[in-house]
Write a protein that binds this ligand. Structure first.
Ligand code: SF4
Ligand code: SF4
Length: 312
């Protein structure tokens, strides 16, 4: 079986305990306005253009068999890609002499993905680590994710998935047998606001969260701190109660906003206007939000700024 992946990162330290390797799958059921891995939203492979690497040679336009590339001599960007017309044939990527054009993912078999993940199995054993499947969201390409998990479990490796829980319970239920740790991203307590900022209401997500907690699996709940949206006193207070009611005494991890991921939006020719004026929260504000979770009996295990940023 084949799946579409963004990449596999080895020696990751933030996706579960110990030293790990993390497989990032493409495809997500939500459309978070602040998404820090925008290349993970679409399940198919996309084409990126890095204007700063482009020497304006025009070879990409000449190589495209379907006329999906147009050059604009006085334009910014110089290369314009018609993403509807593009068939992802790769001719322009091969023709480009400077790697200004690249794909944001690739197709691999479950065996290939598992073999890469299992390369560092000795480090996992020594450090108490393992492998994690993130994204995107593993629930989108669930058959592929389950097969990779099964191959890793067969080698006795600790397994984790990171998911926003937007999917059918029947699908999620199949992960329980193969997953040692569920890292759950919860964002906004109010369902209407959740729909406004992520494209979907949160009832299915919270229902799945309750069922997972009742199933007795190990949970780590992540809350991204997006200034003015998720990181408000009102939302964090409500989130603390939502988590307390479904997963009493649960572990919560706060993920500070990280502006580094904004550059990806430019690579994808997407607007960065949403992020105007946003900055990571100062320590004092994080402490105040942390206290709201702790007041509901939740264990805030740590806060860190993820390399890819907050909130998938
Ligand atoms: S990937 Fe192929 S179809 Fe798409 S722009 Fe490049 S050459 Fe054209
Ligand atoms: S082939 Fe590469 S360097 Fe040349 S114009 Fe196209 S993107 Fe720019």
């Amino acid at each position: 079986m084949e799946g579409t992946i963004i990449d596999i990162r080895r020696f990751t330290l933030h996706d579960g305990q110990g030293i790990r390797s993390t497989l990032f799958l493409k495809g997500c059921g939500l459309r978070c306005a602040w998404c820090q891995n925008p290349e993970g939203i679409d399940a198919s492979v996309g084409l990126w253009y890095l204007a700063t690497q482009c020497i304006r040679c025009g070879l990409c336009e000449a190589s495209c068999p379907v006329g999906a590339i147009a050059l604009r001599a006085d334009g910014d960007p110089f290369v314009r890609i018609d993403r509807e017309l593009c068939t992802r044939c790769g001719a322009c990527v091969a023709a480009c002499p400077t790697t200004a054009l690249s794909f944001d993912g690739s197709r691999v078999s479950a065996e290939e993905a598992a073999a890469t993940l299992l390369r560092d199995v000795e480090f996992y054993r020594q450090s108490g680590g393992g492998i994690t499947i993130s994204g995107g969201d593993p629930l989108v390409q669930h058959e592929f994710a389950l097969e990779v998990l099964g191959l890793c479990k067969r080698e006795g490796v600790h397994t984790a998935i990171e998911t926003c829980l937007f999917g059918k319970w029947d699908v999620l239920d199949r992960f329980i047998r193969l997953t040692d740790l569920f890292i759950i991203d919860l964002k906004i307590a109010d369902s209407a606001l959740h729909a406004e900022y992520t494209g979907r209401p949160n009832d299915l997500i919270l229902d799945n969260y309750k069922k997972l907690a009742r199933a007795g699996v190990e949970l780590l709940t992540r809350v991204p701190l997006i200034p003015g949206i998720t990181a408000t006193e009102a939302n964090v207070g409500a989130m603390a109660r939502v988590i307390r009611d479904r997963n009493p005494g649960g572990r919560v991890e706060l993920i500070n906003f990280n502006p580094l991921a904004i550059s990806k939006y430019s690579l994808m020719n997407r607007s960065t206007e949403f992020f105007n004026g946003m900055a990571p929260l100062p320590e004092s504000e994080i402490e105040a939000l942390r206290a709201l979770f702790e007041a509901e009996g939740l264990a805030v295990v740590r806060e860190h700024r993820r390399p890819g940023g907050a909130g998938r």
